[in-house]
Design a protein around this ligand. Structure first.
Ligand SMILES: C[S@@+](CC[C@H](N)C(=O)[O-])C[C@H]1O[C@@H](n2cnc3c(N)ncnc32)[C@H](O)[C@@H]1O
Length: 203
């Protein structure tokens, strides 16, 4: 699917190397470790959707999750592959669109998305929800870590700052709501400090 959303991402990675992207980091996404430690994310076959440079995949693999990464852009996948190789980790990476996932129905126990869903414009969010629901097993978990609406929305559109209701509207047809938390990162710019941590369960 080559549309404006995809073109924007491809262009972004053509302009800036993956390791210089603001989300690239050496430590797992804030909130992920705590959620794993609390036993809220089932260990099993896990997809990191919009995995970028693969930091969360490395962390989850080391925690005993069997992981697969998907991203729409080739550059972060190339970067992640080299990282995994250096770290001695064997993690499959697939270039694909979250809206058209190349997996069988009910393949995964867990899908993690840190900062991918919030880049989708409202009209394409339902395609994402349907795609993710299809590849999750019944009772499987979707863990979303996305920008919160209680901070400034840059004028140029996405990434979108979202209200909890906006997630529920899109996901409720396929998912039960399990929990919603928030994290606050005071060292980041004022429009990127607040994030939702949402867990949904496939019906
Ligand atoms: C903000 S970055 C976050 C990367 C990574 N999850 C992290 O936390 O470091 C969002 C990622 O989602 C990917 N992405 C955007 N749209 C996508 C789509 N339709 N399908 C798959 N990946 C997508 C982008 O290429 C980008 O690497």
């Amino acid at each position: 699917m080559r549309d404006e959303h995809v073109e924007r991402w491809l262009q972004r990675y053509r302009e800036t190397p993956p390791e210089q992207m603001p989300w690239h980091r050496e430590e797992p996404a804030e909130g992920l470790e705590e959620t794993v430690r609390r036993g809220l994310l089932p260990r099993g076959l896990t997809l990191d959707l919009g995995c970028g440079t693969g930091t969360d995949l490395m962390y989850l693999a080391r925690q005993g999750y069997q992981v697969v990464g998907v991203d729409i852009a080739p550059e972060p996948l190339r970067f992640a592959r080299e990282r995994f190789h250096r770290a001695g980790l064997d993690i499959p990476l697939i270039r694909a669109d979250a809206r058209l996932l190349p997996f069988r129905d009910a393949s995964f126990d867990l899908i993690c998305d840190s900062g991918c869903f919030h880049t989708f414009a409202p009209e394409i969010r339902p395609l994402y929800a349907r795609s993710v629901a299809r590849v999750l097993k019944p009772d499987g978990i979707l863990f979303l870590r996305e920008f919160h609406a209680d901070q400034p929305q840059p004028p140029e559109g996405g990434p979108y700052r979202l209200k909890l209701e906006e997630f529920l509207e899109v996901f409720t047809p396929y998912f039960r709501f399990l929990s919603a938390g928030e994290i606050y990162l005071p060292d980041l710019p004022p429009d990127r400090r607040r994030l939702h941590l949402i867990r949904l369960q496939r019906r």
